[in-house]
Design a protein around this ligand. Sequence first.
Ligand SMILES: Cc1cc2nc3c(=O)[nH]c(=O)nc-3n(C[C@H](O)[C@H](O)[C@H](O)COP(=O)(O)OP(=O)(O)OC[C@H]3O[C@@H](n4cnc5c(N)ncnc54)[C@H](O)[C@@H]3O)c2cc1C
Length: 668
Amino acid sequence: MREVFFSFLASLQTQPLKDSLQKLITCVGEAESYSWLFNETESDGSYYYKACGGFVPFTQTTLNSYLSFPENSNLTEAFKEYSALCTAFTSLDPTADSLFSAWINGTQFLINSTNVNKSIPSTFPIRLSQERLLSSFQSLHQLYFNFTLAFRSGVLINGVVLFLAFFLFLTKRSKLKNKMVRYLKSKLVLPALFDTSHHAETKISRNLRTILPTRGEFLAVMLFVSINFIFTACSYPMLATHDQSKAYFFMRCIANRTGGLAMSLMPLTILTAGRNNLLLELTGLPFSSMIFFHKWIARMMTFQGSLHGLLWIGYGIFLDPSPVVSQFSEGYWNWGIGISLVSVGLVILSIYALRTSGYELFLAIHILLGVIFLYGTFKHCEQFGWVGWIYMASFLWVADRLLRLWHLLISFGGYRTATVELVSEYDSLLRLAITSREKESFEFFPGCYGYLYIMDRKLFWQSHPFTLYEHEGHFEILMKAKEGITQKLFSKITSKGVKIPLRVVLEGPYGKEAPLSDYSQVLIITSGAGIPGPVSYLEKVLTSPGRVSDLLFVWVVPNESVLLAMSGKLISVLMNRISSDMKFEICIYLTRSYEEEFSGSISKDVKIRHGRPNVEQIIDNFCQQENADAAVLSCCNPSLDDFVRKQVARNVLYTNRQLDFYDELQVW
Ligand SMILES: Cc1cc2nc3c(=O)[nH]c(=O)nc-3n(C[C@H](O)[C@H](O)[C@H](O)COP(=O)(O)OP(=O)(O)OC[C@H]3O[C@@H](n4cnc5c(N)ncnc54)[C@H](O)[C@@H]3O)c2cc1C
């Protein structure tokens, strides 16, 4: 086990070379620039064979060069080191004494390199230029040091991300509410990047739409991008050697650094895309934030990887075109070009406008290209090292897939019977009820969602997230028909009252329950079909209020049909509530009522109002009440949800109380 662990650690980078080996490589490299009267078929194939006694004049040349390094003035130690290297890397096993004798013997015949004709095979030892030896050694030394820096930088970037995740873990329940904390929350963490533009689409140009992050998400990504740029840009040696200028050496170092950094971002890229993901657990952030981070980590990885490729191509072309042409016969080179193109393709296809124009097709292509990318990167790197990052990324991917299977088969118990019926044709609203299920193993909590799979020849491969609520002992989903799978279900139902049987399976539960019972005052705002999560929270607070003494529940619905569809659930929630001192108010706003006045009544505890609510005033009134800790939970349509976010963020600054915001809406 220990060995597996250490070989995994070793596979994370280009193996650092001991100084003694770097010196031997330098000596052999320099000696190889001369021709030797040696029959290569006699060699054991090792790069060091001739230097370790395989061809005596060559050995005498490299030995003399090796000893010329100032650090090798202790001859006994130097010969021992040299002998150990020969034993490690060749089939020859020269002793330190035999090497010493060979060197002493050779010193009598050494010819200065300036007097040697490189085209005539040598049979005598050569005294190599000390200046060239030192500059070649420096170049090799710095190249390897740069690999080590790339590895350390990659580890540090991952470390910073984990540190931030732990920081969020430790502070997510923090009750700090001093002015500084409130200012940061109000101005830098909670609000949308611009005004009310988080979940609602922002138009960039006539045909280009996107969704923008919160300021907190934006700052986290800026920090990540900056650290990446700093580690990409810092600590390069400016060396010129006999065969390349400072600029070329610099170019080569950046190429190696960016390659290493790209590799080190692979596990994070995969981790943040996983539905079962340690970072979600640690930070308590919603999956939509993870998807936002996933995109930016992948973009940075693509940037680093493409720069790595372009610099190597540029290096080859400008230094000497012939190697670049010959590289096209090398597998690693072609795979390198392939994965650069695949990663750029992945980034382009993930643009919001393309992604949302056919989400399922996007997802299938994305996964396929992701697998090709992982395999291609392995083929590109297998002879150089760094494959440990690919193992880690693959492990995270496979682990996520296995956990998904576990959720489907064990937690939910495989395919179950369900029915789907029409709630409102006008609002394209359906209700799916899962009538048989394993209640115990699927641990329901308010706000949880599951990925729905439908047993159907054409649809079985799709999985779509839906928020669940419990009603009369089974799970229900309120489903708004869009243009894909939901539209197909919608078009199957001909009239109200007809229930179509289905076989479905749920993968979940996913999500995080907002700890509303820990607050004295709670405001829940929801709209339209966003009700399933909030109604479950309402139920939880009414049945186990915890610290809650004051609850306001606001539901904005366009018309009666949605309201009537949920009235059964609302009535059962109110009937099951426990009697307590808690004050609560449930207000339903009918914004586009069919009837002049909604005549029906759900319960005496539910106030039905007509027209649009003044959400700003509701939030201001709630936030500016007594000095008790309070939570606002929102699950509305995107524009209203963003508006609630804006108002809560503004109030955080002006109130002395602990005021937290829980956004249950997710869009990705
Ligand atoms: C956490 C969460 C909970 C949700 N809960 C509900 C709910 O309770 N009721 C409800 O009606 N809707 C809910 N949705 C939205 C629902 O998942 C989409 O409306 C549904 O997937 C659309 O399917 P479609 O094939 O008809 O979509 P399409 O018309 O093909 O696409 C419409 C949009 O839906 C989104 N979408 C499509 N497929 C997926 C997918 N596999 N994963 C994520 N987003 C996707 C995309 O943004 C896409 O642009 C929820 C979404 C999330 C993220």
